[in-house]
Write a protein that binds this ligand. Structure first.
Ligand code: NAD
Length: 361
């Protein structure tokens, strides 16, 4: 297969590529990524010289570029991770989220439709990676199923909901072979330090304050990123075209419980007293429109495709902390914006190589 992975330099996409590029040398993978602040080529260093891997630095919202990449690579499979993904940023700049998450998704769908002219006779697939945030907020009881009503709260969630609708509409209207996964909160290696778990790890290691929104009672269902990637692969291989599958970890935790668990782990790892690390916690003004609780019912994925999460939360957290401690160069480079300097230095050369002299906008 020729597999186009959008957003493959981001958190989940880079873990996906680091898992599957070496596992499947018979498939070729192209990472299609704009390398925004969240896209990090350092997350691809383990695979960037692999024969079955290459990187295209480009914008999914640019229709001409998308068509050119689809024409050159002719993917059989698109795994669509690329997105603006941080809720707080979406509150400050919703337009950027509509551009990438909605317009970008539409450009990819248009290009896939043009390439796979007769979808019924092909083995092509467009897999869209989405979030449980499209379903809105739960109170204390219940869990989201695939039939839950869409009710997004943040501009991020609204833009992802919109992209889900477009993906489904391309299936119903044009017969495009699609699948969708809606997953709960991921954690693990290579996540940008603006998100709760890496932010808490890095601040705790460096003795800085640990901000927690509101009362810290907001509850999320956590899934280790490798388990999410395996779920996506399972759906690509065995999922039914046109179907949506929810993916969750069965590991509900309040934000304050996550932060406290990380403080204890950091204290154990560094020999500092747990009280000192816990003393860094600061409750800060709540995020506007902050969803109270997410919980995901992934029984369809288990029943139909046999997928289940393999890693318990405590073990996954310990593994994540160990990764951040073992990779100070990655952390330092991200904090200093080094990956953006890499982009400035390598962008033109990479594009010249990839595009044979053409430029990319
Ligand atoms: N992180 C989670 O907990 C979580 C949970 C469920 C679903 N998701 C979904 O999974 C996907 C990946 O999430 P993530 O956490 O890895 O995000 P991320 O922010 O870490 O990575 C996003 C990637 O997309 C790239 N990108 C952004 N705009 C682009 C554009 N216009 N053109 C090309 N590339 C662009 C970025 O450079 C980056 O590499 C997203 O679609 C997100 O909605 C994330």
């Amino acid at each position: 297969m020729r597999i186009l992975v959008t957003g493959g330099a981001g958190f989940i996409g880079s873990n996906f590529l680091n898992m599957f590029v070496p596992r499947y040398p018979e498939h070729s993978f192209v990472c299609f990524d704009k390398l925004t602040y969240a896209g990090n080529p350092l997350s691809l260093t383990g695979i960037d010289s692999a024969k079955n891997f290459s990187l295209e630095v480009a914008d999914i919202a640019d229709g001409d570029v998308v068509n050119r990449i689809f024409g050159d690579f002719r993917p059989d499979l698109v795994v669509h991770f690329a997105a603006e993904s941080h809720v707080d940023r979406s509150i400050h700049d919703p337009g950027a989220f509509v551009r990438t998450n909605v317009v970008g998704t539409m450009q990819l769908l248009n290009a896939a439709r043009a390439l796979w002219k007769d979808p019924s006779s092909s083995t092509a697939r467009f897999h869209h990676v989405s979030t449980d945030e499209v379903y809105g907020s739960l109170r204390e009881e219940g869990a989201f199923t695939e039939d839950s009503r869409y009710d997004p709260s943040s501009p991020y969630a609204a833009s992802k909901a919109s992209s889900d609708h477009l993906v489904r509409a391309f299936h119903r209207t044009y017969g495009l072979p699609i699948t969708i996964t809606n997953c709960s909160n991921n954690y693990g290696p290579r996540q940008a330090p603006e998100k709760l778990i890496p932010l808490t790890i890095l601040n705790a290691l460096e003795g800085r304050e640990l901000p927690v929104y509101g009362s810290g009672g907001n509850c999320r269902d956590w899934l280790y990123v490798d388990d999410h990637c395996e779920a996506i692969w399972k759906v690509i291989e065995c999922g039914q075209v046109g179907q949506t599958y929810n993916v969750g970890g069965n590991e509900e935790r309040t934000n304050i419980d996550v932060v406290r668990a990380l403080c204890e782990l950091v204290a154990q790892q560094t020999g500092r007293s747990a009280a000192d690390v816990l003393g860094l916690i600061r409750f800060v003004e709540d995020r506007p429109g902050h969803d109270w609780r997410y919980a995901v019912d992934s029984s369809k994925l288990k029943r139909e495709l046999g997928w289940e999460p393999t890693l318990r939360f405590a073990e996954g957290l310990a593994r994540t902390l160990a990764w951040y401690i073992a990779n100070p160069a990655w952390v330092k480079a991200v904090q200093a914006g080094e990956h953006q300097k890499w982009l400035e230095k390598n962008y033109d050369r990479r594009l010249r190589t990839a595009n044979d002299g053409r430029t990319n906008s």
